[in-house]
Design a protein around this ligand. Structure first.
Ligand code: MG
Length: 227
């Protein structure tokens, strides 16, 4: 199954391949979990591309055997980098050439399941990759007027600001991330990279309306939590 995202000001679609995600990329977010140590290397995990939803669609906690699998659905607002060209061992200097564009995304997380996985040493896949866990805006093409190293990220829930950050304070900037990921996994046209969340993460409730904004109105994503 392929997933396609709209491209801003275009009739073309962006076909999504793999979705890489980075954890612990903002110190203020690391600190809100009671830790102070920056990671030495980027923390990488994956979401399946079937987890994508777009503006107007709903986020839902999955059910298994008639019961919701989690009691703690969290938002994380993140800059997402869309890759436009295949590459392996990409240098930081040439990383920009591999970028097709940018989106704003929510790395939805089942926090109770993630905490249990951390404790037991299990993978995060269920907590991070469940159906609807990757709400994404349309993609804006890379251009000279966008500086990805200085973009505001904002999330409002029911019109109240819950998260605000700026990409300038990432621990590993996007060129470093592209270089690192491409050295280990390779990067392909169509891949997305969720680049990590600033502080202010928290829980959502049924019927909450989430409005994420990138770069002061450059891109918007509006999704609702299922009732
Ligand atoms: Mg995240």
């Amino acid at each position: 199954m392929s997933k396609h995202l709209k491209i801003k000001d275009s009739d073309e679609l962006f076909e999504v391949n793999n979705i890489f995600c980075i954890g612990r990329n903002y110190l203020d977010h690391i600190k809100e979990f009671g830790q102070t140590e920056k990671p030495e290397k980027p923390v990488v995990f994956l979401k399946p591309n079937s987890a994508i939803i777009e503006s107007g669609q709903k986020i839902a906690i999955p059910e298994y055997e008639g019961r919701k699998i989690s009691k703690s659905l969290h938002y994380e607002t993140e800059l997402v980098v869309a890759i436009g060209r295949n590459g392996k061992n990409i240098s930081e200097e040439s990383a920009e050439e591999h970028i097709f564009g940018y989106a704003i995304g929510l790395d939805m997380t089942l926090r109770d399941i993630q905490n249990e996985a951390k404790q037991k040493g299990y993978p995060w896949t269920t907590a991070k990759g469940f159906h609807t866990s990757a709400p994404l805006s349309e993609i804006i093409r890379r251009n000279d007027s966008i500086n990805p190293m200085n973009l505001d990220l904002e999330l409002e829930i029911n019109n109240v600001r819950k998260q605000f950050g700026n990409t300038s304070v990432m621990i590993f900037n996007i060129y470093k991330l592209i270089s690192y990921i491409s050295s280990i996994f390779s990067l392909q046209k169509g891949d997305l990279i969720f680049t990590g969340t600033p502080a202010g993460v928290g829980e959502v409730d049924p019927e909450d309306l989430l409005e994420a904004t990138l770069g002061n109105g450059l891109l918007k994503l509006i999704v609702e939590v299922d009732g």
